[in-house]
Design a protein around this ligand. Structure first.
Ligand code: AMP
Length: 370
């Protein structure tokens, strides 16, 4: 396979390759277009909604080396809009001298919840107590270590609260016996390699969207306060109702992760805030993040533009916030209110162009400027 030798810096008129075809890819492509850059979407299944707004699209499997090589040859740098791109895809792209930003290290740490928690711990940051689970015996041992209530999560491929189940005293009453309750929980997550986490009695959830450039510059957006409904993000508000000391802790932890991963691009780091203001890291996503969508309308440079700047080797832009804002996801049937939302004052409506409003599907969002 011939080498593609991607440049360190992508000039305007260059092409950014994006692995993944969802709404994050769509908003990245729109931000790239504003900077005079074109995007080429690569995705094995539904190319839309990203391909709707991109210059080129390839529908092929992540393990199709011929298609990957042709894709790499047609772009100047490659990024991704979701974190479950197979490690072998990135390894292959690296082997032909394609430039993938953020690199393989960030994906390796973020794709496995146990590896991720151990990495966070190695930085000296605090997480919920956790224990790796491979069978009923290790689940039993884990419950003794982290206590109850606890949350059992698959190590890989969980998102929006999927691939996780709770273990509480009430579950044990319901099943009549401890052994039955843990068997049920284990079956519920498909007996897959998992992590058991102690339940954090958090006061609120926040996230920090951060970016790091090729020369190691870091910029951070203001922490966002997040509310989930049925495990799916419903609203993100800025400013978050936290002290400046709490904000500083979350921002410092985000910078530390960016540096430790030698990261290039935008990251989303999720935190639990405890009573008293201490923060625990829940997880991070090595990509633009749903809780950063408000930056499109409340900042001069959005998280999407920031990511494109970083992966293209450009200087980062100003992450400063010019308005307070509340972003609300339009999930499933919510999208049918588009006409009323389009009529609201100080409200920025974003629809992703998805045809089928299935329950739980992210169809768009609105950002209300305050
Ligand atoms: P996750 O997929 O890990 O982000 O979990 C989805 C949501 O479940 C989080 O945003 C929290 O609301 C809740 N959650 C996850 N882990 C814990 C935990 N260890 N303690 C309390 N709540 C949690």
């Amino acid at each position: 396979m011939t080498s593609v030798r991607h440049p360190e810096i992508v000039d305007p008129n260059g092409v950014i390759g994006i692995l993944g075809g969802g709404q994050l890819g769509r908003m990245l492509a729109m931000a790239a277009a504003r900077l005079g850059l074109r995007c080429h979407i690569y995705c094995p299944d539904d190319l839309f909604p990203a391909a709707d707004v991109a210059a080129a699209a390839t529908k092929a499997d992540y393990t199709d080396q011929n298609a990957l090589a042709a894709f790499a040859a047609s772009v100047d740098v490659i990024t991704y809009e979701f974190e479950n791109v197979p490690a072998e895809t990135v390894a292959f792209l690296n082997s032909i001298d394609a430039r993938v930003r953020p690199g393989a290290l960030a994906l390796e740490k973020a794709q496995d919840r146990l590896v991720e928690k151990e990495f966070i711990k190695s930085l000296g940051a605090v997480t919920a107590p956790f224990h790796g689970v491979d069978d009923l015996a290790s689940l039993d041992a884990g419950l003794k270590k982290v206590g109850r209530p606890a949350i059992l999560k698959t190590r890989r491929l969980g998102y929006d609260g999927k691939g996780q189940t709770r273990l509480t005293d009430a579950d044990i009453d319901l099943h009549g016996a401890f052994e039955k309750a843990i068997e049920y929980a284990w079956a519920e997550i498909g007996a897959a390699p998992s992590i058991l986490e102690g339940f954090v009695p958090f006061e609120r959830e926040i996230s920090v969207i951060g970016a790091r450039s090729v020369n190691g510059d870091i910029c951070l957006y203001d922490p966002t306060e997040n509310n989930h409904v049925h495990g799916i993000l419903k609203t993100s508000s800025v400013p978050a109702a936290i002290s400046s000391a709490t904000a500083k802790k979350a921002c410092a932890a985000t910078s530390e992760i960016l540096t430790a991963l030698n990261y290039i691009g935008v990251i989303g780091v999720e935190f639990f805030v405890l009573q008293g203001g201490d923060v625990l890291i829940n997880e991070f996503a090595p990509r633009v993040h749903n809780s950063g969508h408000w930056t499109l309308d409340a900042c001069a440079v959005s998280q999407f533009e920031q990511h494109i700047r970083a992966v293209a080797g450009w200087p980062l832009g100003d992450p400063g916030r010019h308005s307070d804002a509340v972003m609300e996801n339009l999930i499933g049937d919510d999208v049918h209110s588009w006409r009323a939302l389009a009529d609201e004052q100080n409200t920025c409506l974003h629809l992703y162009g998805k045809r089928d409003a299935r329950p739980g599907r992210k169809m768009g969002h609105v950002t209300r400027l305050k």
